[in-house]
Design a protein around this ligand. Structure first.
Ligand code: SR1
Ligand code: MG
Length: 399
């Protein structure tokens, strides 16, 4: 029986030899720890020519970006592997392949994606992947429809909700998205110049009421097995290809949360582009982001509805018109959650390079202001932003 221990590079090589499903496992000779996320160890396992062949990922018993003072369940590694295995079965083209996992060691072996790049890093460099938004929409439609009540039987769905109950990781989201940014909290950090706007957010009663509703729906709407953290740093892209990774926040939650997180990260890039490239050179990229967002929603809605019409197994939910009505609620949730992502990534614990890597301090603050302003507008007005073109109009007006 395996017992948890934190892997060294040598342990990771040995593990990859055993479980990496390679024809010549002894060809694996070295490992680099390359984890730059907030939570885990990630080893690239290389052969004698230095070529990366497989990835070994291990959860640490604490939050890596904070340290041992913030302990965190190792069960997240099981949840991540099992979520990716399910998502991989439903949408193999756009989900990283899990070759092996061990819940006790909190470790998994994944396919190597060295020929891909993290989407956020590419967006920050101004590189455009025209198919990515549509591919992400396909991933979201397939995974969210097939794990929803439209498709799963009520009995199985309830068992799955229990298997994917993820209280500690959900609490991180509950705190970081819906609480910290709206109060004085030691986890928050932001430029002093933003303080007046931050204080306005904390005193905005209508905003806080809308955020309470979003938090309540996050806590209670078990609609589908979400990725739970589908930002542009959890997505690998290459020309014509896209793969989702990093699903440790997976749980049964509101479908609009995944959609809103995805759109929110494209919008963070939209807000940051003038600071990254200068206002004039940013115009084309900003237009691309708006088209990405339009495509993401329209393709998701089209695919999700087609799946409902063709494959719904619940006779009551298959009633003509019900899927359309349901999708309208998903849309309203998505707009609201998108707003919370904009705000928490600007003033909360976990920031993004789209804003924070802007070198000119004044421009950086200006871009952060626009992200905060847009986030507030979207949260407060979500119920009145009826469709994608109304959203794009609001973004053009406030972003
Ligand atoms: C303490 S974890 C901070 C953030 O990193 C993850 O990627 C999630 O987005 C989480 O909110
Ligand atoms: Mg992650």
């Amino acid at each position: 029986m395996s017992q948890y221990r934190t892997f060294t590079a040598a342990d990771a090589v040995e593990y990859a030899r055993q479980y990496g499903q390679l024809a010549e496992p002894q060809a694996l000779v070295s490992a680099d720890e390359i984890g730059d996320g907030n939570l885990n160890l990630v080893f690239k396992i290389r052969d004698g020519d230095g070529v990366s062949r497989v990835i070994v990922k291990q959860a640490l018993p604490y939050v890596r970006c904070v340290g041992e003072s913030w302990p965190l369940t190792l069960d997240r590694a099981r949840i991540e592997a099992e979520t990716l295995l399910i998502h991989g079965a439903l949408c193999p083209r756009h989900t990283v392949k899990i070759l092996h996992h061990d819940p006790e060691l909190a470790v998994m072996v994944q396919e190597d994606l060295s020929d891909h790049h993290i989407w956020r890093s590419e967006l920050v460099k101004g590189r455009y992947y025209p198919l990515a938004a549509g591919q992400l929409a396909e991933y979201l439609a397939q995974t969210l429809f097939h794990t929803s009540d439209f498709y799963q039987t009520a009995q199985l769905k309830k068992a799955e909700v229990s298997r994917f109950t993820n209280p500690e990781l959900c609490q991180i989201t509950e705190d970081l998205f819906f609480s910290d940014p709206y109060q004085d909290h030691e986890r928050n950090h932001f430029d002093e110049a933003l303080l007046p706007q931050v204080l306005e957010l904390r005193n905005d009663a209508a905003l806080k009421l809308a955020v309470a509703g979003l938090k309540h729906r996050f806590l209670s709407k078990a609609e589908a097995l979400l990725h739970g953290d589908i930002h542009s740093g959890s997505i690998f892209v290459a020309e014509g290809k896209l793969k989702a990774i990093d699903a440790e926040f997976g749980f049964y939650g509101p479908i609009g949360f995944d959609i809103g997180t995805a759109i929110g990260n494209l919008l963070l890039n939209y807000c940051g582009l003038p600071g990254l490239f200068g206002p004039r050179d940013a115009a084309a990229g900003r237009e691309q982001r708006l088209q990405d967002i339009r495509e993401l929603w329209l393709i998701f809605a089209d695919r999700f509805l087609a799946l409902c019409h063709q494959h719904s197994r619940d006779a009551t939910l298959a009633l003509p018109g019900y899927a359309e009505q349901f999708l309208q609620q998903v849309w309203a949730d998505a707009v609201g959650y998108c707003g919370t992502e904009l705000i928490r990534r600007t003033i909360g614990l976990a920031h993004v390079a789209d804003l924070d890597s802007i070198t000119d301090a004044e421009m950086r603050v200006e871009c952060q202001r626009s992200a905060l302003n847009l986030g507030r507008v979207l949260i407060v007005n979500a119920p009145h932003i009826a469709h994608i073109d109304a959203l794009l109009a609001r973004i053009r007006q406030h972003g």
